[in-house]
Design a protein around this ligand. Structure first.
Ligand SMILES: Cc1ncc(COP(=O)(O)O)c(C=O)c1O
Length: 376
């Protein structure tokens, strides 16, 4: 048996008629950029998030820095996040010209640890960017309280958690804006790049809407801006898939529960933790080996057995070669949990279209590996 890491083509086959119909609608419309399909998808996306506005962008990275820019955050300002996220979270802060301030993650969830945030706040701090890492919400109520105390903005980097929710809170309810990515492998992914920003703040909406389109919202009328638009073909694909996102996430949750039940007695690694009352949407099912040196051995063993395992993200941002490349960066306190996460993370295949046989084969092989490492 061979188990792939991604199921993009399976998902395309399952939703083919709906996706193809939307692609054809766009092709026949003759309007491919800033056309009616984008408008329709933006309305659907805003409604899905219970937000007033959704703005399609070129990608998830742009969504973050466009939001920062719309909030007037740039050179001389500091933005707090954590270093065990995809590189783009910090990259977006640097693109905006601000200083990235790194604090540690929570050892359980791997999301930013709210208890570490306050020590990092200075007179220059302007925003916090929590990441809903792997598909589980960060502790937004705690983050919101800190932001209110210090008058900070909060942008949720929700590239990985569309459809997730917390205990008594929804994504977007406790922040200024939600950024997301629709790159291929995301829970809601297209066949290429694109992203979006959701907000209830009319000023952020108006600014980002212009900034993404050469500083223009009327033909021939411009101010300084960029080209970062979500084109209509991708909007059509995403519109077709959005209708299924809750069912697709439920399917991920089902496979996650099967992994957890199958692997719960293993002793050489820790399993992902879903906090009580939270809806984790398992963008990734990431386990952590109990020893650093076991991570690559487990990945190699799985790959040798035709299971495509990966690591997310095996080099923390502050440990990348050349960091911080002349950009503004500050580390506050120990980053031991984030560094351990980077050193020990192994992602098992996770996508809605997996089969029970594939999941059971992965469980069997991981258990076989565990039997040789548990207690050592
Ligand atoms: C947490 C996180 N933030 C930001 C991004 C950037 O999104 P994009 O690749 O669409 O620029 C990604 C994914 O790629 C991500 O996983």
């Amino acid at each position: 048996m061979k188990v792939e890491f991604y199921g993009h083509v399976r998902q395309y086959h399952n939703l083919k008629s709906e996706i193809d119909r939307n692609i054809q609608t766009v092709l026949e419309s003759g309007q491919y950029v800033m056309g009616p399909m984008l408008k329709k998808f933006e309305a659907e996306l805003a409604a899905y998030h219970g937000a007033q506005f959704a703005i399609g962008t070129g990608n998830g990275t742009d969504s973050i820095w466009l939001a920062l820019m719309a909030l007037g955050i740039g050179p001389g300002d500091e933005v707090i996040t954590h270093p065990n996220t995809f590189f783009a979270t910090a990259e977006a802060i640097w693109i905006a010209g601000a200083t990235a301030v790194f604090v540690d993650c929570c050892p359980k969830t791997k999301c930013i640890d709210p208890e570490k945030i306050e020590a990092a706040i200075t007179s220059k701090t302007k925003a916090i960017i929590p990441v809903h890492l792997y598909g589980q919400c960060a502790d937004m109520p705690a983050i919101r309280k800190i932001a209110d105390r210090h008058k900070l903005r909060v942008i949720e980097d929700n590239a990985q958690g569309i459809g997730a929710s917390g205990a008594g809170f929804k994504i977007g309810q406790l922040s200024d804006a939600i950024s997301t990515s629709f790159i291929i492998q995301k829970n809601l992914g297209t066949f290429g790049d694109s992203g979006a920003l959701m907000t209830n703040n009319a000023e952020i909406d108006a600014k980002v809407r212009k900034l993404r389109n050469h500083g223009s919202n009327a033909r021939n009328v411009h101010s300084f801006g960029f080209n970062s638009r979500l084109d209509d073909l991708h909007a059509g694909i995403l519109s077709a898939k959005l209708k299924h996102i809750d069912a697709l996430n439920d399917q991920r949750r089902k496979w996650a529960a099967r992994y957890t039940a199958g692997l719960k007695d293993c002793k050489s690694f820790d399993l992902p933790v879903e906090l009580p009352g939270y809806r984790h949407v398992f963008h990734l099912y990431a386990i952590e080996t109990r020893k650093n040196e076991w991570r690559d051995r487990l990945v190699d063993f799985l790959v040798q057995n035709n299971i495509d395992a990966k690591t997310h993200y095996s080099i923390a941002i502050h440990q990348q070669a050349g960091y911080p490349w002349g950009k503004g960066a500050r580390i506050v306190g120990s980053l031991a949990n984030a560094e351990a996460n980077a050193a020990r993370c192994v992602s098992l295949p996770m996508f809605p279209e997996l089969t029970a046989d594939e999941v059971d084969y992965v469980i069997a092989k991981v258990k076989e590996w565990d039997a040789h490492h548990a207690g050592k």
